[in-house]
Design a protein around this ligand. Structure first.
Ligand code: ASP
Length: 331
């Protein structure tokens, strides 16, 4: 029986649908570590275990908060901080390199109860950009701060400050060198050179939704380029009346199609389910125009949807009925 339930949950996970019947007082948390076209053979079994373990650690940290009656905002921030500190992902430590060989980090957080939001872009010395975004949301009259202004604000707020070398990761550096070589021969950005953005969405026991996303952007991005992640409604959005969404993929498209907000709007104005709205955006709208990526999303009833149109998306979720899973490939 237990095995049957496990199989059932696994089948739902593969289909990107996780929707047990929810009653009040329940919670849900979903996380991602980026989407891209990764060949299964290119990830060694040892590496796969490392990814699974880190995703589980982030889920556990967020779930501990939700289980305790804590807020969805605290849960998504805690989960994202763990992924930012891991060099496995393209956010915080281990971020991809810009054309100049530096790291410039973007992040955003949003509260579905109040529609308050905070975002930062072009960060080079704040260890956890997601916490900087939260400070902008809570302690400033603004929504988005960039570059030196964002960092200055972070220092005033007492956030952890690091030398830019903190974000350096050798394998990312090699990826950057390879990118430069390819650019000389092909002259184009490889959209897979950005994989590993991180994000979290949650519903807490009080019925409040929150979303958080953090990234280093795309390898070889131009100095000053800002992607979808800190653009509220594009890569990050939360509204208690509909859902919370965190995206990953080719940012320019996610901005133009205002993906995260579009999913929420489809639910609110067309009355469609989270799954229908998120699938349509990722597997129809974006797929048709050749835009790679995926989203994780949770609705006000605790349903989770995680569609992606690439071969892989690092992802996982937990729900208060004990359902949980982590995965990388479409399986
Ligand atoms: N969306 C991110 C950006 O364009 C990259 C990613 O999610 O892989 O900055």
């Amino acid at each position: 029986m237990k095995r049957m339930k496990k199989l059932f949950v696994f089948a739902l996970f593969v289909a990107g649908i996780c929707s047990p019947a929810f009653s009040q007082g329940t919670y849900a948390l979903a996380i991602h570590g980026g989407a891209g076209n990764v060949a299964r053979e290119s990830v060694t079994p040892e590496r796969e275990i490392e990814y699974h373990e880190k995703l589980r650690e982030a889920l556990n940290a967020g779930e501990a908060i939700l289980k305790d009656g804590g807020s969805s905002l605290d849960a998504v921030e805690a989960a994202v901080r763990i992924l930012e500190d891991s060099p496995l992902f393209n956010a915080g430590r281990g971020a991809v390199f810009t054309a100049e060989g530096t790291n410039e980090l973007d992040a955003a957080i949003m509260c579905g109860a109040t529609l308050d939001a905070g975002a930062v872009a072009g960060i080079t010395t704040l260890r956890n950009p997601i916490s900087a975004a939260r400070k902008v949301m809570e302690n400033s009259p603004h929504v988005m701060l960039i570059g030196k202004g964002a960092e200055q604000f972070g220092y005033e707020q007492g956030l952890d400050v690091v030398d830019p070398s903190w974000f350096f990761d050798q394998s990312r550096w090699e990826q950057y060198r390879e990118h430069l070589r390819r650019q000389q021969t092909r002259g184009a950005l490889d959209v897979n050179d950005k994989m590993g953005t991180v994000g979290a969405v949650a519903l807490d026991m009080h019925g409040n939704l929150a979303a958080a996303t953090s990234t280093g952007g795309m390898t070889g991005k131009r100095y000053g380029r800002v992607g979808d992640v800190p653009v509220i409604g594009a890569g990050t959005y939360a509204h208690n009346a509909s859902c919370a969404v965190s995206a990953t993929g080719h940012g320019e498209y996610f901005i133009r199609y205002v993906v995260a907000h579009e999913i929420s709007a489809m639910m609110m104005y067309k009355g469609v389910s989270l799954q229908v709205a998120s699938e349509e955006l990722i597997n129809q709208t974006l797929k048709e125009i050749g835009a790679n990526g995926g989203v994780i999303a949770v609705d006000k009833d605790g349903n989770v949807s995680m569609p992606f149109n690439t071969t892989a998306m690092f992802r996982g979720f937990v729900q208060s009925d004990g359902t949980h899973a982590v995965g990388i490939f479409a399986e």
